[in-house]
Write a new protein. Structure first.
Length: 168
């Protein structure tokens, strides 16, 4: 099942095979709510329609549309794409957990980096403005890090938001 590309469309050139396989796979994904036979019929209908308009997607496919082996290969591709979609759906919770873990790791790395750097002038200036605006006593910033200042600013903002919510 995993090496389907090596098993189908053996009578086509590698380039034709790759073009047809990728196009048909995306076609199946667009029409995944249809049954296997309906998808194949729709593909054949579309190709015949475009051939009649003198604008076929694949000229080499036109004579194969009535070939039994070609239709069998299309069926195998449909099965393969459905299998792939099913596997992606099964792995979705695991991938989401991995993304969340990576996000946490980036945040930890950023916090670690910030804990080693001195605050910028803009950050110091912003801390002063926020502290004055909220009538909060400023802490000593002599030995503070960027992480410290970020946390102090967030504390001030969070406290003021909590106070505003309580008043309402």
């Amino acid at each position: 099942m995993f090496y389907i590309k090596n098993q189908v469309f053996l009578y086509l050139t590698p380039r034709q095979k790759a073009m047809l396989f990728s196009y048909f796979a995306s076609f199946v994904k667009k029409n995944k709510n249809l049954k296997k036979e309906d998808i194949i019929d729709k593909f054949i209908e579309d190709e015949n329609y475009y051939y009649e308009l003198n604008n076929p997607h694949f000229e080499f496919v036109i004579e194969l549309l009535s070939d039994e082996n070609f239709i069998k290969d299309l069926g195998l591709v449909v099965d393969y794409v459905f299998f792939e979609l099913e596997q992606k759906e099964k792995l979705k919770p695991i991938i989401e957990k991995q993304k969340q873990f990576q996000k946490e790791q980036r945040k930890c790395a950023q916090d670690f980096k910030m804990s080693k750097l001195k605050p910028t002038k803009k950050q110091l200036f912003y801390y002063e403005k926020v502290a004055k605006a909220h009538n909060v006593e400023m802490k000593d910033t002599k030995d503070a890090t960027r992480l410290d200042l970020r946390n102090w600013i967030m504390e001030i903002i969070d406290k003021s938001e909590d106070n505003n919510e309580n008043k309402e």
